[in-house]
Design a protein around this ligand. Structure first.
Ligand SMILES: [Zn+2]
Length: 71
């Protein structure tokens, strides 16, 4: 009796992902992370790049959740 559903693979070799393929995505993810941290943590008052308080209010709950000083 064969049990094909629980058969183990004959080869477990996994091809490594080259660093050159990961690097652009890592840089992109890092920039997005920094941009997010800026908008959540510093988009207010003197460090504000966008006029008005829309961005600040939009991320306000996240700002308090992450412990950034606010009001
Ligand atoms: Zn607040």
């Amino acid at each position: 009796m064969t049990n094909a559903a629980f058969a183990t693979p004959t080869s477990t070799h996994v091809e490594p992902i080259p660093v050159a393929a990961i690097l652009p995505w890592a840089v992109f993810a890092g920039l997005m992370l920094l941009l997010t941290v800026y908008f959540v943590g510093a988009e207010e008052g003197a460090t504000s790049l966008i006029g008005g308080s829309f961005v600040h209010e939009f991320v306000h709950d996240g700002r308090h959740l992450l412990g950034f000083p606010c009001h």
